[in-house]
Design a protein around this ligand. Structure first.
Ligand SMILES: Nc1ncnc2c1ncn2[C@@H]1O[C@H](COP(=O)(O)OP(=O)(O)OP(=O)(O)O)[C@@H](O)[C@H]1O
Ligand SMILES: [Mg+2]
Length: 292
């Protein structure tokens, strides 16, 4: 049986692979670029020089093309520093960042590894806005990010509480930070709301505005993708949202409404999916644009 020490030895094979994987960092052009932004990334990478960077985060998130994109955003003054990770999801890491004018930002950096994006094409195939585009993986990720940007923009335009999208470049999405000085706002899943029935009506109203006004369906609307901020629900994570013309749009809507209804049920409420669906499809929607 191997002793404990043996287990702790790093695997030389893996080390060699990982060394080679990062060789590009030492190429003069990338070295300069990385030195340029190293300071701005200290919050997520620790202090000091890049040699000792946390390789796992690095591999998953900060590949060459991502660093180039961040470099550009930093040079353009969109981002001053990336401060700390807020969350790591299946598809992306989200970081708290600071803009050059000093305001807080949320920066969502999508993973560009192949495995993650196998599931995404069903949301893009069949959406007339994305026909004829390249299906190569990295390009698919970039399309995905642009799609989230546009979906958020469209929802924002209808007056919905969603983070304002500010900039997107490659696999990086820069948006309004939802939270306060201390931390990001919690997900609806992680809070107990005082008045579940009011919140449920609010969520259905948001789904109705998304469907009737934005001509979209969120397609991953649940307590996991709603932040509870200053006493109101805010919708996030709109990458997979599709237009109402998408062949599966209604199926996605039924799934969204079912999840919201189930959440309400767990809060002690009682609502039928069918009634909630009718409310979303045909119920009145407020003119939020002029209410602001
Ligand atoms: N604008 C924002 N302000 C504050 N926090 C945010 C913002 N956007 C995202 N987050 C945080 O990051 C988490 C992940 O974001 P999002 O749901 O958009 O990414 P995701 O990769 O799709 O995640 P998952 O796969 O877990 O659904 C959110 O649950 C939330 O906690
Ligand atoms: Mg999410």
């Amino acid at each position: 049986m191997p002793s404990e020490e043996d287990w702790d030895e790093p695997d030389p094979d893996m080390m060699m692979k990982s060394e080679r994987k990062h060789e590009w960092i030492s190429e003069p052009k990338y070295k300069r670029m990385f030195e340029d932004i190293e300071y701005s990334l200290q919050g997520v990478m620790g202090k000091g020089r890049f040699e000792w960077v946390d390789r796992r985060v690095f591999d998953q998130v900060f590949d060459r093309s991502t660093l180039l994109a961040l470099h550009k955003l930093m040079q353009q003054g969109e981002i001053e520093t990336i401060d700390y990770p807020i969350a790591r999801g299946k598809e992306a890491h989200v970081f708290h960042a600071t803009s050059s004018v000093g305001g807080p930002l949320a920066v969502k950096i999508f993973h560009t590894t192949n495995a993650v994006f196998k599931g995404l094409s069903k949301y893009i195939d069949g959406d007339p806005r994305f026909s004829g585009l390249s299906r190569r993986h990295r390009e698919l990720v970039n399309i995905w990010v642009r799609k989230e940007f546009r979906n958020l923009k469209r929802m924002r335009k209808s007056g919905l509480r969603v983070p304002e999208p500010l900039m997107n470049l490659k696999n990086v999405l820069v948006m309004q930070f939802i939270g306060d000085e201390k931390s990001a706002s919690p997900r609806l899943k992680d809070v107990r709301v005082e008045n579940p029935s009011e919140v449920f009506q609010d969520l259905l109203e948001m789904a109705a505005v998304i469907w009737q006004e934005c001509d979209l369906v969120h397609a991953d609307f649940s307590e996991y993708n709603v932040l509870w901020h200053e006493g109101s629900p805010w919708v996030i994570d709109a990458g997979q949202a599709v237009t109402t013309r998408h062949p599966s749009a209604r199926e996605f809507l039924v799934r969204d409404v079912t999840r919201l209804t189930e959440w309400y049920g767990r809060q002690g409420g009682d609502a039928r999916v069918a009634d909630s669906l009718v409310r979303v499809l045909d119920g009145p929607v407020p003119d939020l644009k002029s209410a602001d």
